[in-house]
Unconditional design. Sequence first.
Length: 230
Amino acid sequence: MDLYKVTIPERIPRKIVVLMDTTYWGRSFGLMLFKDAYTKENLIWYYVRSETNTLYLEGVNHLISRGYIIVAIVCDGRKGLIGLFKNLPVQLCQFHQVATIRPYITKNPKMPASIELKSLVSLLKQTDKESFAGGLGLWFTKWECFLNERTTNLETGKSYYTHKRLRSAYRSLNTNIKWLFTWYDNFDQNTPNTTNMIDGHFSDLKNKLRNHNGLTKNRKIKFINEFLKG
């Protein structure tokens, strides 16, 4: 294996929809991947200690410098990431959005307001922008007074929102809705609404690597390069 040389084929610059995400083996060995949603080809990848917005921006700029025309970007809701690509359409992965608010409303909410919001969110991947935005607006109107309830700390006299977690869930959806339906606003571009394609690729890679436990880091990198080049 040490003598084998991985040859990465040259990709022809073209129009692409960039899927990008990072996965890890342990805490300090990560793989940041940029994949074309149209052809399912892996375009470039970095080995990283930590996932940073700077590296994502570097990857996108590298693709542009090589002559690729980026139709859209699909990514997770990492803080500050979407704002870096002001001149490119960005689709926030709907699966990641659901995962973001799950801790706020839990898998089995008890409050009627949380139950209704969970039901609305379950329709996210099956509905259009107008329907979802309308439903979210109606939910907020119905529960606005409930969301604004405050509880007073008897020791300090200070008050705080009683349903902070539910407010956070709503705020996340309301803030991100402009990026949750980029696929819908640009329907003719066939932009995916999730990063599931790249997540599935990561799962396949990890399953295959699991059959080769004990590889050194350099050998693991060679294995991954061979896997990704196809």
